[in-house]
Structure formats: structure tokens, C-alpha cells
Design a protein around this ligand. Structure first.
Ligand code: PLP
Length: 381
């Protein structure tokens, strides 16, 4: 398996594919229509909601299907902007996905505070605590569960408990958690979100969880009035199938992280100037984010791609972004330095041999890049 960009998206799980195809063929009726076929689809959709809610230990009524995590993150801020007092502020971690930061800036213009980025990639609980004791407390705190770029796991359970103590809403972008980290206690968060394509489900489907949470999409009474738009039943049943397959899978995270850690050790010994971002912090077992001074990241990606290995320059959504990714900004990397970030992200199917093959490919790519640069520096008369 040579696909190492699973934080961007994962391949469709075979069972999720089967459910998707079957629903596209047989479950294509509009779930809101008044005949029996639609009633069956509505019932199946509710079964999915209940099944997901029971693993998350939440009330199914608090789960709204959305087009994914971007819509769900946006919705948290749009609905809060309509219900919170004038002048309310929100507080974000410095590592949030753009669908959190940009939504916060859109709905709370000039009223967004950001926690300080620490060297190890985590937020500082003391700083958060200080913010929550201020006279003008934020109405909502947003700290993601795990970074899509570095894999660093934030102390989100502690954040949830602290916010509860201070009576402040807590939004957790938990998009990168399913299949990689424990979901236990997510119910402590006021809001959290999921995207099915990050754990073997199809793209364009996810959910928003929270009491009273509603999508920014209006113009229909679907989802009990919480989200307008015809429900995408084939995507919902497929996402639910992927979710249930995930719940059946026992994660040996120690085994998985030991393979990743060995790979990082090999990389450090091969490229001594390399930095592993967030190495000192708790991290998802599948992610390595490197700052690799030798050659620009897109050249590495291109060479590795030709060798049959897909890795990324950081988050997929910031590959072409000028200001750099959230982590590059949080680490105050210069534009030139941020072009040296490389992300490797595995998933359940990777074996020790796959990691060894990836390391060999890095060595080969390095050789090719070194030869290329030697050739280009030869002056011909
Ligand atoms: N939040 C995080 C942490 C992500 O990694 C992603 C995916 O890139 C998103 C939000 C957006 O997810 P979606 O593709 O479902 O809109």
C-alpha cells in the first residue's frame, strides 16, 4: 500500500462501497416523499442516526447529517452568531482547520481571539483558563481534537471539562479522530463534527453534533428543520456502514505507532537536519509532519509520486494557499520554510513492509533530487 495521505482522505471501505451502490440503485427516492419507499428510507436513515449516536453516547436528536466537516464547522459559528449577545467573542486554538478559523472570522468579525502556539504543538491549559476567568469571557472555545497536519492531539477532554466549569460552550473539530483515536467522552463537548471520507466513508457526508445545533443551510424542513436540502441517503447509509466497520475494528495503536516511530527514526538518521513537528506531544499514531530542509516539498512530492508513493505537503486544503497552512502560521515559519513541510499519514491497512518501502522511496527520491541539482549547477560553455 503506497498511499500515505490518509489525513486528506481515505479509500472507500469495501462494505461502505457496497452499501453506497445498493442505495444508489434501490434507495434513490426522496426521503421526504409521502409513499412507502420513502418511509423505508427515512426509517433506515433514523437507524443510522441511532447507531452512530449510540457509539458516541449521545441523544440521536442531537445529530444532524451535513455535507461534511466544513459545513458542520461553519454551522457552529453561523448559528452561534444569531443567538449570542452583541459583541460576543470566540476563542480558537492556533491550529484550527480553515473551516473553523474562516467561519469564526466571518461570523465574529474582529471578535476572534487565538491562543498562543506552543513549541510542542499543544495549547497551554493555563492560558485557556486565564481567558475563561476574564470579565469578558468568550461565548465559545474551539480547540480541535487532533491536527490534520501534525497529528498532535490537543487536551480536548480537559478543555471540555474546563469549559463546562465556566459555563462556556466548547466546539471540538474531531474530524481526524475516528479510526485513529479514542472517541470516548466526545459527549462532553457542546458541539463536535465528523467527516465520513476520513474513515472509509464517501465524500460529501458527515455530521454535526450538539444540542440545538443547526446547519447554516436553510430553505427546507429536512432533519427536523435543522438543515435544509434533500438528504443524501446513499451517502448516509454508506457513511454509517463505514462507521460500524470502524467500531468493529480493534485498534492496536501501540503497534501502529511503533511502525511510524521506526520510520521517523530512519528518516532522522538519513536526513540529520530534519525536524519532526510535534514529536514531543501526544500524537495520532498515523501522522508524521516533517520540516525537511533538503529541497522544496513539492519536488519531494513529485519524485515520490513518480516512484508510486502519495504523500502531502501538509494539509490538502493549503497546498496552494499563499499564507501557508495553520501549522506554518502557528510556528511562524517563513514562506520559504513552509515550503519544506511534508506530511505522511497512514491508515489501518499499512504494514511494517509498507513503511520500509516508503523509507526506501525517500532515499531514492533524495538521490534523484541531488543528481538533478548537481546537473543543473554544471556550467556549460
Ligand atoms: N477539519 C479537519 C481537521 C479536517 O482535517 C478536514 C478535512 O480536510 C475538515 C475539517 C473538512 O472536512 P470536509 O472535507 O468533510 O469538509
Amino acid at each position: 500500500m503506497s498511499y500515505f495521505d490518509n489525513n486528506a482522505t481515505t479509500p472507500l471501505h469495501p462494505a461502505a462501497r457496497e452499501a453506497l451502490v445498493q442505495a444508489l440503485e434501490q434507495g434513490w427516492a426522496n426521503p421526504s416523499s409521502p409513499y412507502r419507499t420513502s418511509a423505508q428510507i427515512r426509517a433506515s436513515m433514523e437507524k443510522c442516526r441511532e447507531s452512530i449516536a449510540s457509539t458516541l453516547r449521545i441523544d440521536p436528536e442531537h445529530l444532524t447529517f451535513t455535507s461534511g466537516a466544513t459545513e458542520a464547522n461553519n454551522s457552529v459559528f453561523s448559528s452561534l452568531a444569531h443567538t449570542s449577545p452583541l459583541g460576543s467573542r470566540v476563542l480558537l486554538s492556533p491550529y484550527e482547520h480553515p473551516s473553523v478559523t474562516e467561519a469564526a472570522q466571518l461570523w465574529f468579525p474582529d471578535r476572534v481571539d487565538t491562543l498562543t502556539a506552543q513549541q510542542n504543538g499543544e495549547i497551554a491549559m493555563e492560558e485557556l483558563s486565564d481567558f475563561l476567568q476574564k470579565e469578558q469571557r468568550p461565548v465559545l472555545v474551539a480547540v480541535m481534537a487532533a491536527s490534520n497536519e501534525s497529528g498532535v492531539i490537543q487536551p480536548w477532554r480537559e478543555v471540555a471539562r474546563l469549559c463546562q466549569t465556566h459555563g462556556v460552550l466548547y466546539h471540538c473539530d474531531s474530524t481526524q479522530l475516528p479510526g485513529k483515536g479514542s472517541l470516548h467522552d466526545l459527549s462532553l463537548c457542546s458541539f463536535f463534527v465528523t467527516s465520513a471520507h476520513k474513515f472509509g466513508g464517501p465524500k460529501g457526508i458527515g455530521w454535526l453534533v450538539g444540542e440545538g445545533a443547526s446547519s447554516l443551510l436553510v430553505g427546507g424542513e429536512q432533519e427536523k428543520g435543522r438543515r435544509g436540502g434533500t438528504e443524501n441517503y446513499p451517502a448516509i447509509i454508506s457513511a454509517c456502514t463505514a462507521w460500524e466497520s470502524l467500531s468493529d475494528f480493534t485498534l492496536d495503536s501501540e503497534h501502529f505507532s511503533s511502525m511510524r516511530n521506526k520510520f521517523e527514526k530512519q528518516m532522522i538518521s538519513e536526513f540529520p537536519s530534519i525536524q519532526v513537528i510535534g514529536q514531543e506531544a501526544p500524537r495520532l499514531w498515523n501522522t508524521s509532519l516533517f520540516l525537511l530542509p533538503n529541497f522544496e516539498n513539492l519536488r519531494w512530492v513529485g519524485k515520490l509520486d513518480k516512484l508510486g508513493f502519495q504523500i502531502s505537503t501538509g494539509s490538502a486544503c493549503s497546498t496552494t494557499k499563499k499564507g501557508g497552512s495553520p501549522i506554518a502560521q502557528a510556528m511562524k515559519l517563513s514562506p520559504a520554510d513552509s515550503q519544506h513541510l511534508l506530511r505522511v499519514s497512514s491508515f489501518h491497512s499499512h504494514t511494517a513492509a509498507d513503511w520500509d518501502d516508503l523509507f526506501s522511496a525517500f532515499r531514492q527520491a533524495h538521490l534523484a533530487l541531488t543528481e538533478e541539482s548537481a546537473d543543473s549547477s554544471v556550467i556549460s560553455f
